[in-house]
Design a protein around this ligand. Structure first.
Ligand code: NAP
Length: 230
């Protein structure tokens, strides 16, 4: 059994990660930015002693540092940087706003890297050392046939660029870093027309994480394990 640290777990894919991993007996440090808005997560933690809740706004420096006090002395085997935002849906050329863009970059790019930087010594002492980042196929430049979505697309492309560097820099220290696309999933972000449910997506991603090899470090992978073009 391993120790998982997961961000943004009060709903959507994060909540499903906690549910599936807790069910098979893993210890899960489940973070969310406001425990008062986390009734399903709190219920999961009440039913599973191996789910430990941590309040953390990933985009806030102080909150990240305070949240990590909750894992002092713990070994973290797998970090899943899941928390993310889409930003305004109408971010078309002509109506782009710098503040909206900065906000999305803070949450989707800067926060996961700074959090990983803060937590890395807890992971270094693990034999497993897996760093997982939830990205999106919308960040694939090659796959972009539809245009638009400037803010979200560019945030996930930037995340991929940063994680690629991280995978190279930390490879000799035994870390495996991978970028996972969850599929188009029916969550608040994915909307009701998504192609798959959270259960299918997370089952796939957990299997990819379980089977991730050193050779796959730095890869951009679909929830079914297929490599996605940059
Ligand atoms: N759903 C899809 O089709 C899809 C496709 C590709 C990639 N993804 C990626 O998968 C990840 C999860 O997406 P989802 O569909 O589960 O989205 P979701 O249903 O909108 O949930 C997003 C989660 O992230 C949390 N979050 C956002 N900003 C945060 C912050 N500053 N601090 C802490 N938590 C924060 C939210 O917490 P609050 O409740 O506090 O807002 C929520 O728990 C994201 O990185 C997303 O970009 C999703």
């Amino acid at each position: 059994m391993a120790n998982y640290f997961i961000t943004g777990t009060n709903r959507g894919l994060g909540l499903e990660f906690v549910s599936q991993l807790a069910k098979r007996g893993e210890t899960v440090f489940a973070t969310c930015r406001n425990l008062e808005n986390a009734s399903q997560l709190t219920a999961l933690a009440n039913d599973n002693k191996n789910v430990r809740l941590i309040e953390m706004d990933v985009a806030d420096n102080v909150s990240r540092e305070q949240g990590l006090k909750g894992i002092e002395g713990e070994v973290i085997d797998v970090v899943i940087n899941n928390a993310g935002i889409y930003g305004p849906r109408n971010s078309n050329f002509g109506g782009l706003k710098g503040d909206d863009w900065s906000n999305v970059l803070q949450t989707n790019v800067i926060a996961p890297l700074l959090l990983t930087q803060l937590i890395i010594d807890r992971v270094r002492i693990s034999a497993i050392k897996k760093l997982i980042f939830l990205t999106s196929k919308m960040g694939s430049i090659e796959d972009n046939q539809g245009g638009g979505a400037y803010i979200y697309r560019s945030s996930k492309s930037a995340l991929n660029a940063a994680v690629k560097s991280l995978s190279i820099d930390l490879k000799s220290q035994g870390f495996t870093a991978a970028m996972l696309h969850p599929g188009w999933v029916r969550t608040d972000m994915g909307g009701p027309n998504g192609l798959i449910d959270t259960k299918t997506s997370v089952q796939g991603m957990v299997s990819v994480i379980d089977n991730l090899t050193d050779e796959q470090s730095g890869q951009f992978l679909n929830y079914d394990g297929q490599v996605i073009p940059w």
